[in-house]
Design a protein around this ligand. Structure first.
Ligand code: ADP
Length: 367
């Protein structure tokens, strides 16, 4: 009988509770014991009350709750081997032999490292006489399965991360609200959206709201004088009778020299060159919180179920999987390959190789 722990780590995202609910209930349905690790890796390091056995009814109503009810944290201690050693001890004491981690690329990197170090951590617990050979015998192998929870949709190997569509939905509603007042006063608005190093939220919001212009990290504006090019587009839309101007800018937007493109810089251009009455709106954390949309509830539930199946299928030899969705099918992908691919996008951007960044995001872009 397996004892499966589930935790949420890194930035919170709508749908994380639905994922925890699915993991807990599927674990119980499969005749295993479910545990929640509270406060991300902090819960592993601190142990005690932060590792709690979960009953079926403990996750009742969680499908539609925003944020993460088991808490999340950025845990510096887990980045050190000492912290992970304490975490291993607490897991073994609780009798947990598998972990489902729902988080971003940082959390999943930590999870993979924890698993690869596991045999040596266990050995160290014996060697330092913290635990006996007998105590650790059933825990020679730790199963890890990743679920990607992030509003940014910034993980390679999966079409959607848990939370991204809820965030997109919230952004669209906000831009719609801004749009009606912009229209009344014939104003321009620069709307900054989240996404860290990923432009998915910005691009999809721009498409979904019919924005006039969009700035992303992966594809900086081309041309010597992109400012004039942008002005031409905005003016053309005005000449066609449009009474509002909406520019969406990702928080990580940069130019070809990697210099941030800030909302205030764009505002000054709109005011000084086009004479537009321009306001800046930073949407901030409204994009992160609140009720998950139907898609995220469904995605988190189907992936939570698959995560438990993957735990039950895994052997010491199989590499840790991350649960993905590809062309509408729930799939398993090698966790570390997904993380490495994600990092190589950031590296390509850092090296100003924007074509490569786009190809890594979308292999069809190469054609
Ligand atoms: P996200 O998971 O959203 O990318 P972070 O990068 O902040 O968020 O990671 C969340 C937590 O995961 C960190 O606070 C840390 O505890 C753990 N973590 C991240 N990277 C590593 C790593 N390389 N080794 C061990 N733990 C890590």
């Amino acid at each position: 009988k397996k004892r499966i722990g589930v935790m949420t780590s890194g930035g919170d995202a709508p749908g994380m509770n639905a994922a925890v609910r699915a993991v807990v209930r599927m674990t119980i349905a499969r005749g295993c014991d479910a545990y929640a690790i509270y406060e991300g890796y902090e819960g592993l390091v601190q142990g005690g009350d932060l590792i709690k056995k979960m009953a079926w009814s403990d996750v009742r109503g969680w499908l539609s709750e925003g944020g993460t009810l088991i808490g999340t944290a950025r845990c510096m201690a887990f980045k050190e081997r000492k912290g992970r050693l304490t975490g291993a001890k607490h897991l073994i004491e609780a009798g947990i032999d598998a972990l489902v981690v729902c988080g971003g690329d940082g959390s999943l990197t930590g999870a993979d490292l924890f698993r690869s170090e596991w045999p040596s951590l266990v050995q160290e617990l014996i060697d330092t006489e913290v635990m006996t050979e007998e105590q650790v015998a059933p825990y020679r192998h730790l199963n890890i399965v990743g679920l990607v929870g992030s509003i940014d949709n910034d993980m390679s190997s999966t079409d959607a991360t848990i939370g991204a569509f809820s965030s997109l939905h919230r952004i669209c509603e906000a831009v719609d609200s801004i749009g009606s007042t912009a229209l009344s006063h014939s104003r321009a608005f620069i709307v900054e959206v989240m996404g860290r190093h990923c432009g998915w939220l910005a691009v999809m919001a721009a498409v979904s709201t019919g924005a006039d212009f969009v700035f992303t990290p992966e594809r900086p504006p081309e041309g010597e004088d992109w400012e004039s090019d942008m002005c031409k587009v905005l003016q053309k839309h005005r000449d066609m009778g449009k009474r509002k101007t909406i520019i969406i800018v990702a928080e990580g937007a940069i130019d070809r020299e990697l210099k941030p493109i800030t909302p205030n810089y764009l505002k000054d251009i709109c005011v000084n060159r086009l004479g537009l009455d321009t306001r800046v709106t930073t949407l901030g954390h409204t994009q992160r919180g609140g009720t998950p949309c139907a898609y995220d509830r469904m995605l988190a539930t189907l992936q939570g179920v698959e995560a438990v199946e993957a735990v039950l299928d895994s052997t010491p030899e199989t590499p840790s999987p991350v649960i993905a969705i590809n062309e509408n099918k729930i799939t398993r992908k090698p966790l570390m390959e997904a993380v490495k691919l994600t990092h190589s996008v950031a590296e390509a951007i850092g090296q100003k190789d924007f074509r490569k960044a786009m190809e890594l995001r979308d292999p069809e872009f190469a054609d």
